[in-house]
Design a protein around this ligand. Structure first.
Ligand code: GLN
Length: 312
């Protein structure tokens, strides 16, 4: 598979090399966001928000999704990616909670609409968007050249990188130490393409929790996954640590995806992202959810049980 460093990744490495070095030392939510804000500042903003009724009539896009009628804005996600999206007993949009969910809710509100979530496998999201099962994807989705051939992305709202989650006593100190080790990734994530690029064999899982359980149970040596999610797993599971290798893994920008040509919705999304970046909302959300215990309900069935228990 032809896997190249994303455009944004290269742009960053070029323009922010000095800053980058310092920043990548600590994979901190705050620092990541500062970078995203830097990109946004250089991007020029989207248009101002306009009325809800217009959204459904987006130029170049069918209006299959419910955006016009009933003022709904349907976001597709894969709620297996804390702190960005996870299932809980009471989230910001129904049972869905996390940084992305709060952003989605705000985008809808900015346009006088209500956000709805269509939760599906990460790998199915782009096809789902193309089939009109959602208006936009918000799923901690990295902007990549390959995906840009299929969807249009918003301005970036978060900067991440791939990291290695290993047992505390692991001898893995850099990416090349993974040679000959049992590597786990999550299917369709950029972590998978990063490991492919390095040329190592790996096993892939449908869910981050499954890969991490494999690691906790000693059945694999390392899980390659996005930084903020890795931090969540490390704080939720004893005996794990994060190993970074900034030479092996590019920085990645998360964007919201819309159907190709849906510039009207994209402009609205960009306007909201710009506002939420500039007024500090996204930084606040990132800090808040980094501290939120997302381990209380990591699967849909557990959340439903929790919700039922709470209702009694
Ligand atoms: N950022 C990674 C990607 O885009 C993982 C996203 C996710 O699992 N939600 O592939």
């Amino acid at each position: 598979m032809g896997v190249r460093p994303g455009y944004w990744g290269r742009l960053f490495i070029k323009e922010e090399k000095a800053t980058m070095k310092k920043m990548m030392k600590a994979i901190s939510v705050g620092l990541a966001l500062t970078m995203a804000a830097g990109v946004l500042a250089g991007c020029g903003g989207g248009s101002g928000s306009s009325s809800a009724a217009e959204t459904g009539a987006a130029s170049g896009a069918e209006t299959e999704a419910a955006s016009a009628e009933g003022g709904k804005l349907v976001f597709g996600t894969n709620a297996e990616f804390p702190p960005f999206e996870f299932v809980t007993s009471q989230g910001v949009i129904d049972k869905y909670d996390g940084i992305d969910m709060a952003i989605a809710k705000q985008i809808a509100e900015d346009n006088g609409m209500t956000a709805e979530i269509n939760n599906m496998e990460f790998d199915s999201l782009i096809v789902g968007l193309q089939n009109g099962q959602m208006d936009a994807i918000i799923a901690g989705m990295t902007i990549t050249d390959e995906r840009k051939e299929e969807v249009d992305f918003s301005d970036p709202y978060y900067t991440a990188t791939q990291v290695m989650v290993v047992p505390e006593d692991s001898d893995i100190q850099k990416a090349s130490d993974m040679d000959g080790k049992k590597i786990s990734v999550i299917q369709g994530y950029t972590g998978e393409t990063a490991v492919q690029k390095l040329g190592y064999e790996y096993q892939s899982f449908k869910k981050g929790t499954d890969a991490v359980n494999e690691l906790v149970n000693g059945k694999c040596d390392v899980v390659v996954i996005d930084s903020a999610t890795a931090q969540k797993y490390v704080s939720d599971n004893k005996g794990l640590k994060i190993v970074e290798d900034k030479d092996a893994f590019d920085s990645e920008q998360y964007g919201i995806a819309v159907k190709k040509g849906n510039t009207e919705l994209l402009d609205k999304i960009n306007a909201s992202i710009k506002k939420m970046t500039e007024d500090g909302t996204i930084s606040e959300l990132a800090a808040k959810y980094a501290d939120t215990d997302t381990d209380t309900a990591t699967s849909e069935s557990e959340a439903e049980t929790a919700a039922e228990t709470a209702a009694k």
